[in-house]
Design a protein around this ligand. Structure first.
Ligand code: ADP
Ligand code: MG
Length: 682
């Protein structure tokens, strides 16, 4: 067996067919396979006596089939197999739907393990469609069972068998990326043990040992990667920017900066004149006015004869930044450009050539800005907006475009401290802790869907006053991505237009639309040509339409608090009283508490803390959305103590051996993780 990069199709027991099913999950290599970690575990290790089965609970019991199963054909498409099983404590009646083959495989006198939800009373227990396996030849019972995230065409059984094969195939070749000494110092188990027991734990103790080891490893490598980024930046001297008269820029603004904005600008300018490259996070709640801070820095860079780039997470946002900033900066002699996925290949080439020739000073765009073939003339500053959508790797990729350009990261996500430490461990931080004057708090209410008629009347009234509204629909279920979200949006928009507001202008926008279509819809909305915009969360981030005064969120229970806070931040940007209406029929008490938080506070940090407390950190950034390279087991939030340990270990190692010469496996894996993260962009 070669190594962890081996294609899964060459692993014993996994053929072409299974390999292509696995490929749908993104599992291609042996490493992908064994790193497909369970989402949770089911404890089927206890085998109970029939008499000890509690009605309503799922459990396993071992019992002997008392008589040959009977089959009854109820109607077309419905066959029942019934069988009675017994142990010394009692009897269990088992019914299977449409599994008539069991009639012949369940043999009287033989003992089987049945695992399912028990029903019935003290005299007779029942189970419907339990898992059944011959005693002594069990695969899915009698132990702790991993439950994997799946997609169509791959079952738990196939996955867990494939992973078994995968683990057997690499038992002897698994390289340990943790240096031995560190492993021993921190009492971590061997790599082989860790992979074995994260998938097939023999007890919850071995599971925890495995999890701890893998989480530590992730945090350790991650820290090394961050330290490496910082180190590169700090050791590379850059030509310091010279001071620039900022007055023309400030004079051109339609408002004066708040004290907080001014402080952030000053901190950034100071970094850029220091002779080291800036790596700063500018954190400010929604609506605090981060864009103008970015513009000030761009102006500063351009007046130093260096190009500046502003990278936004969506087309819509990039376009909006461009449309807001170009009219401000062009008259000041800053030649602006917009580069997104919406540009044709030819436009991209022309623009790229202009950038490379230094004929443009400031470019705004999406991650098209960092794809391989865009070249710059003298890139001096890179600003990324709404950073939580981008990973550390992306940050590195853009920074790699120039000769150590300064980087400024703008984020509206109020992040609890422990998380900030991980996410932005390599950054200096400025906070905009003040909103522009004259803002009125958004009035937020939380209602159930019986309020729809009233909400519609309210939307109509505000439209009459010239205001605009957003209506946000979430995707229907977490499993189904994209497609359903799109359907929810188009159907709802059609209904609103045809049945509710035939006289108003209703439009919709979702992530699956072509960039040009999205742009058209958004600019029409921004220009006031639409009254009601039905949308997915594509508008969650950053969009600024001050005339929009209502945000209606359907099925609000499907959103996290921080996400709702972002959504609500889209309104309340103009001089009008604004409203946010959260609609949910969910009866779950916890959910209702969570949504009520929104009606009580507008403070993003408080909301984030609350979100973290109620939902747990796993959900805080949405699954796998944090964009942190390689963090799959570690729970950034719960593993704070482990993080500190891993950071200490990484720092101590770098102190001893800055080039990681003593541990090539560690260095190699770290490099891999950080380039993989950068690659996902292209
Ligand atoms: P953020 O990106 O932090 O959510 P924006 O940069 O989009 O916020 O700014 C929100 C709105 O506030 C914009 O319409 C912007 O023009 C306006 N704004 C920003 N700074 C000020 C200020 N100092 N005074 C008045 N309005 C401001
Ligand atoms: Mg913004």
């Amino acid at each position: 067996m070669a190594d962890l990069k081996t294609d899964v199709r060459f692993i014993r027991g996994i053929g072409e067919q299974r390999a292509s099913a696995l490929a749908k999950l993104g599992i291609h290599t042996l490493r992908d396979l064994i790193s497909w970690f369970p989402r949770r575990y089911e404890d089927r290790s206890q085998i109970r006596r029939i008499a000890d089965l509690t009605p309503g609970e799922t459990a396993c019991t071992a019992a002997m089939v008392a008589a040959a199963p009977t089959v009854s054909h109820i109607r077309k498409g419905l066959d029942l197999v019934k069988v009675r099983a017994v142990d010394e404590s009692g009897a269990l009646d088992v019914t299977f739907f449409n599994q008539s083959w069991l009639k012949n495989s369940l043999k009287p006198g033989q003992t089987y393990v049945f695992c399912g939800k028990a029903e019935g009373n003290l005299l007779l227990r029942r189970m419907t469609n339990p898992i059944v396996e011959p005693e002594g030849r069990q695969e899915a019972t009698g132990r702790i069972i991993p439950v994997y995230p799946l997609s169509a065409g791959v079952s738990q059984r196939i996955l867990s068998r494939s992973i078994r094969q995968g683990l057997d195939a690499c038992a002897d070749i698994m390289p340990d990326v943790l240096p031995d000494q560190i492993r021993r110092d921190h009492q971590l188990c061997h790599i082989g043990f860790a992979y074995e027991h994260i998938h097939f734990p023999t007890s919850f103790e071995t599971l925890e040992l495995a999890r701890r080891r893998l989480a530590f490893e992730e945090l350790f490598l991650f820290t090394l990667g961050l330290r490496r980024l910082r180190q590169r930046r700090e050791t590379a001297p850059v030509e310091p920017f010279h001071p620039v008269d900022m007055e023309p820029f400030y004079k051109a603004l339609p408002f004066t900066l708040t004290a907080a904005q001014r402080r952030c600008v000053e901190e950034a300018l100071e970094d850029m004149t220091s002779g080291r490259s800036m790596n700063r996070l500018c954190q400010g709640d929604v609506g605090s006015g981060k864009t103008v801070v970015a513009a000030a820095c761009a102006y500063f860079s351009v007046k130093n004869g260096r190009q500046a780039a502003l990278m936004a997470p969506t087309e819509i946002l990039a376009r909006q930044h461009y449309e807001g900033l170009a009219p401000l900066l062009e008259p000041l002699g800053v030649r602006c450009a917009l580069l997104t996925g919406a540009n044709t290949a030819k436009e991209k080439r022309t623009l790229s050539a202009a950038l490379a020739a230094g004929e443009r000073d400031f470019v705004v765009g999406t991650h098209a800005l960092i794809t391989g073939n865009v070249e710059y003339h003298r890139l001096g500053l890179v600003v990324t907006d709404e950073q939580h959508r981008f990973g550390v790797g992306q940050r590195a990729a853009l920074a790699g475009k120039g000769d150590h350009p300064h980087t400024l990261v703008m984020s509206a996500t109020p992040i609890p401290r422990t998380l900030a430490l991980i996410l932005y461990g390599d950054l200096d931080v400025s906070v905009i802790d003040q909103l522009p004057p004259g803002r009125r708090p958004v009035q937020t209410s939380f209602v159930d869907s019986s309020y729809h008629p009233r909400i519609y009347r309210f939307l109509r009234k505000l439209a009459g006053e010239g205001r605009q509204a957003y209506v946000v629909c979430p995707q229907v279920s977490e499993r189904e991505e994209g497609g359903d979200e799109q359907k929810a949006v188009t159907e709802y928009a059609t209904k609103l237009q045809q049945e509710v507001f035939p006289d108003l202008r209703v439009a919709y926008v979702h992530g699956k639309m072509k960039p040009k279509e999205k742009e058209a819809v958004m600019s029409a909305f921004a220009a006031g040509e639409t009254d009601i915009l039905v949308s997915t969360t594509v508008i969650e981030v950053g969009v600024d339409v001050p005339n929009a005064a209502v945000m209606v969120v359907e099925n609000a229970e499907r959103f996290g608090l921080s996400q709702l806070h972002q959504l609500r931040g889209r309104v309340g940007r103009g001089p009008w009283q604004s409203y946010c209406v959260l609609i949910s029929d969910n009866q779950n008490e916890e959910t209702r508490q969570r949504l009520k938080v929104m009606t009580k506070t507008a403070d993003g940090f408080q909301i984030a803390e609350e979100d973290l407390r109620l939902r747990g950190p796993g959900d805080f950034f949405g699954q796998r959305q944090h964009g942190l390279p390689g963090l799959r087991v570690a729970d950034i939030g719960c593993d704070a103590q482990l993080l500190r340990e891993a950071q200490a270990a990484a720092d101590a190692l770098l102190e001893r051996d800055p080039e990681l010469k003593s541990c090539p496996a560690t260095a190699g894996r770290m490099a891999e993780l950080f380039t993989e993260a950068a690659d996902t962009l292209n």
